[in-house]
Design a protein around this ligand. Sequence first.
Ligand code: AMP
Length: 189
Amino acid sequence: MLNIALFGPPGSGKGTQSKYLIEKYNLAYISTGDLLRAELAAGSDLGKQVKAVMDAGNLVSDELIVQILEKKIKSLENVKGILFDGFPRNLVQAYILTGLFSKLNTELTCMISLEVSEDELMGRMLKRAEIEGRSDDKPETIRNRFKQYREKTQPVEGFYEEIGKCYKVDGLGTIDEIFDRICEVIDRL
Ligand code: AMP
């Protein structure tokens, strides 16, 4: 299996690149953010529990993330690999992912980290807020999401660096340029 965790700060283009990657490599796609937004839209109990946390730009508890992940993974059949977008978001989740893959008798192939400066990202996120109107794209929420990223998510990169699975990719440029850089990494593996 080709299992990839796409990593990077909010607004770094993970969602956009994911769409192209799952098509090219025929992968199942798991975005914990999308799964949570689907729960919100459905007005489920879980959705109600996470709304305030997401609106503030904080991380949802690991227990709830495991619940939605297990539900999603159970629904997958005959997949060639999985692309994770927005997961793992902290070190506990990195260990959870290792456990999940071992249950599936497979392992993470690589973690690809999109590198973009915070200044560039802030501009992109504010623009996205205008277009998509996501409730967690308000300036103060965006700032908190970056803070959460620096404090809780950034250490995950070190975890994968230590085991030789972290590949950094320049996240500045056109969508095609960035996609080519990511594919180069995957194809080398
Ligand atoms: P995203 O679409 O990945 O930027 O996620 C949007 C929001 O969903 C985040 O700001 C968090 O509140 C929540 N979220 C998404 N994925 C996770 C995760 N793996 N762990 C905790 N919270 C998450």
